[in-house]
Design a protein around this ligand. Structure first.
Ligand code: ANZ
Ligand code: ZN
Length: 755
């Protein structure tokens, strides 16, 4: 037996897994399916930093556990590669965006592969591949045919630096471009828009059917959709035929109205008076910058006694503030003949960009026939090669200059016509990419109906960020695809696990700008992929944001080394080697005969139970701390001369395997197994070993009860103290605190005294 050398072991097993194709999804399998999905990365020029793999490792652990638990797992990976970042990178580095993407993808793939993921690479997708974007264009055409894609000439958000129109979602609350920070302007220009507002109600109400989504993400979507029930009320202008229509959610406050305000740049007095239909009072009309031009009716009734913003405005402009009794909302709406209305904050999705690196919009403009969709059989409309793909800034895409591409025959009258030269936004491909993994080579139809039924919906979707944009767009497209019969479920992702960021060691965001990037390649080389994976999962609760700490890697590295040492002791123990050499039995061991119910066996079975539940619930950090306790117990009991049995050690390797796939595979084979540990059956815990002689212990933090644990009567006082400190209910109370003392009152309580 060699000493533990992660470099040798990891390369060796990655090669074997790849050659044997053990992670390939079997489409003919009769097992139940598990579709485990990552938000696919955008391959930037900077490569991955240690913050990126956190989600990828989580799905890797989860999918491995599911595979071992008897599921037919689909765990694919691909690249979201159209859009401004790739194009800007290409312009800066004077390469074609396609070359830049190829290079960046290769780099990302190399980095990801180092950590030993279980992707089925035969299903790799890339949104910039014409065979992929053919279907992005196809979906656009279906939307066009249903009236959901339309041309608009409304003023849109224009970024003067990125030289393109933007969707509302691309603009920060302070009116700056979310990419480059430039102040966004309004520009009247022709554009393609998707009618997401037609789906606003369903996007909102169906959030209630997603109990396995984080509340925060659902709230962000509710706010983004922004449904308000209210009334539109008309105010007559004094001595005029004119009227101003306002939108209010509080018609009951109408007696307190002391001014009207319409959207406008400055707070200037317009000199007009309006008449309050409820009490005929005359009130001044103002313009106010806090009134949004494109929400409601673009005008409000000012009720400074009850509305904060109205009060600020009234104070500033010496407008009267009056407190009046509320009236019945329904009655007043009836009386002033206002209609009840529902308004949404969400706007139709501005879907065209005046840039090169995106899917061409499959539309032809003909002088005679107007807008003519490209025939489906002529898809994909491929992006042509160009000399110069820099944005023109004139509001036209660089494609407009490629005459032999632009000039086409009209599909309808065969006369001279021109292609649409705007391209789709970065968010197009990601709105449906997950479906392509299920049927990645299909050139006949978006997705085979049977395969779709076999694998959809996604069982767990993992990612961070994109609470509104991507996750609203994808839900919208999915609902549309449901309506036209392409998919069989109304929601694509019934379970969403949203992860927190990993910050740099200095507590800032990792960025080239701050020079604080930690590179995963280097961590893997120094500590090994297994220790790296363990650390990424151990660093804190999955949904929490935490700073990286390279020193912390030492801890998980030691843990891996301990596992190796336990094996070495086991292999050296009398009788062991004979058993390995003579081992002809590769069948699953029959646990019922092996267990004598030793303290160690009991702890093992509790560990199996806890790790199984924790992985299911994405509580990876507590799964690892539980295994750490068990490994310590194995070590100390072998020091006392008893030690773990060979079969129990193998059970432990199996539950560690999703986290540390390489070392466990190596030791599994050392123990005489010939099949991969990753295809072995997930251990079941022995109920009888868990229930007997347990008792409940209350856990206090500085004297206050914060939780409880159920412990085995046979485990040591020290262990009970340790368990109390790593309990998931207790961990938050210990965060950032120093433990001063741990008091254990036998069989009753643990009090963790912190400062
Ligand atoms: C009178 C009033 C009294 C209002 C009161 C609120 C509280 P949500 O819920 O977000 O839909 N409003 C209407 N149109 C607006 C616009 N274009 N720009 C800025 N504010 C606008 O908010 C609806 C409320 O926001 C409306 O109800 C209106 O103020 C204001 F005690 O009317 B309210
Ligand atoms: Zn025509």
């Amino acid at each position: 037996m060699e000493a533990y050398d992660h470099n040798i072991i990891e390369k060796k097993w990655q090669k074997v897994w790849d050659e044997k194709g053990i992670y390939k999804t079997d489409e003919s399998s009769s097992k139940p399916k598990q579709f485990v999905l990552d938000m696919f990365p955008y391959p930037s020029g900077e490569g991955l930093h240690v913050g990126h793999p956190r989600g990828y490792i989580a799905t890797d652990v989860y999918s491995r556990m599911k595979r071992m638990s008897g599921y037919n797992v689909l765990h694919p990976m691909g690249w979201d590669a159209f859009g401004l970042p790739a194009e800007n990178y290409a312009i800066k580095n004077k390469v074609h965006p396609r070359e830049a993407v190829e290079k960046n993808v290769a780099r990302f793939k190399e980095q990801l592969s180092l950590i030993g993921p279980d992707y089925d690479w035969s299903r790799e997708i890339n949104t910039t591949d014409p065979e992929f974007y053919k279907w992005t264009q196809w979906i656009f055409l279906q939307m066009y045919k249903k009236g959901l894609a339309y041309e608009s000439f409304e003023p849109i958000n224009w970024c003067p630096v990125d030289k393109t129109g933007l969707a509302n979602e691309d603009v920060e609350a302070d009116g700056t471009c979310e990419r480059c920070g430039a102040k966004v302007e309004k520009r009247p220009m022709r554009q393609w828009v998707l009618k997401i507002t037609d789906y606003a109600d369903r996007l909102l109400t169906d959030l209630d059917k997603l109990p396995k989504w984080p509340e925060g993400v659902k709230l962000a979507q509710r706010n983004w959709i922004g449904r308000s029930e209210g009334a539109e009320i008309e105010f007559k202008i004094k001595d005029s035929e004119e009227k101003i229509k306002i939108f209010t959610t509080r018609p009951d406050t109408i007696h307190g109205v002391t001014f009207l305000a319409v959207a406008g740049e400055e707070d200037k007095f317009t000199g007009k008076y309006a008449i309050n239909p409820a009490n005929n009072e005359e009130i001044p009309v103002w313009t106010a910058s806090y009134v949004l031009p494109d929400y409601g009716t673009g005008a409000i009734m000012g009720v400074p006694a009850y509305d904060e913003r109205d009060k600020d405005f009234a104070d500033k402009n010496n407008i009267q503030i009056v407190e009046r009794d509320f009236v019945d909302a329904d009655e007043i709406v009836e009386k002033v003949n206002g209609n009840k209305v529902v308004k949404y904050k969400i706007k139709d999705w501005v879907f065209s960009r005046q840039r090169y690196w995106g899917e061409p919009i499959p539309i032809i403009h003909c002088d005679k026939c107007g807008i003519v969709p490209v025939d489906e059989k002529d898809l994909p409309v491929k992006l042509p090669d160009v000399e110069n793909y820099e944005p023109s800034g004139t509001g036209e895409s660089p494609l407009a200059n490629i005459l032999d591409w632009v000039n086409v025959k009209c599909p309808s009258c065969n006369g001279d016509a021109k292609r649409e030269t705007n391209t789709m936004p970065q968010w197009a491909g990601s709105s449906w990419y997950y479906l392509r993994y299920i049927d990645p080579k299909n050139s006949e139809i978006l997705i085979d109906k049977n395969k779709e039924k076999d694998f959809m919906p996604v069982d767990v979707y993992v990612g961070g960020d994109h609470a509104t944009r991507h996750l609203i767009y994808a839900r919208f497209w999915h609902k549309f695809l449901f309506d036209i019969g392409s998919v069989s479920t109304e929601e694509p992702f019934p379970r969403l696990e949203f992860l927190g960021f990993i910050l740099a060691e200095d507590g800032r965001k990792m960025s080239k700008r701050w020079g604080n990037i930690v590179n995963p390649d280097e961590m893997v080389k120094r500590f090994g992929a297994d220790a790296f994976r363990l650390y990424e999962m151990f660093i804190g609760p999955f949904e929490g944001t935490v700073p990286w700490n390279t020193d912390g890697m030492v801890g998980t590295r030691r843990f891996v080394e301990k596992v190796w040492r336990v094996y070495e002791k086991l292999a050296a123990s009398p009788g062991a080697s004979a058993q390995v050499l003579g081992s002809q039995l590769h069948a699953q061991p029959d646990h019922s005969h092996k267990h004598t119910g030793s303290a160690l066996a009991k702890l093992l079975h509790k560990t199996i139970k806890k790790v199984s539940e924790d992985i299911e619930n994405f509580k990876f950090n507590t799964a690892i701390s539980t295994m750490m306790i068990f490994v310590n117990e194995m070590e100390s009991s072998s020091a006392k001369g008893s030690g773990v049995t060979r079969e129990d050690f193998k059970l432990f390797l199996q539950i560690l395997a999703p986290f540390a796939p390489h070392i466990t595979e190596e030791l599994w084979h050392e123990l005489g197994e010939e099949e991969s540990i990753h295809l072995s059956a997930w251990p079941k815990y022995d109920e009888s070993l868990i229930v007997d002689s347990e008792f409940k212990i209350m856990i206090q933090v500085s004297g206050k009860v914060r939780g409880s644990i159920v412990v085995d009567a046979e485990i040591s006082d020290e262990e009970i103290k340790k368990l109390a400190c790593v309990d998931e209910k207790i961990l938050p109370w210990l965060e950032g605190k120093e433990i001063k003392n741990i008091i254990y009152v036998k069989n009753k309580l643990v009090n963790i005294v912190v400062e």
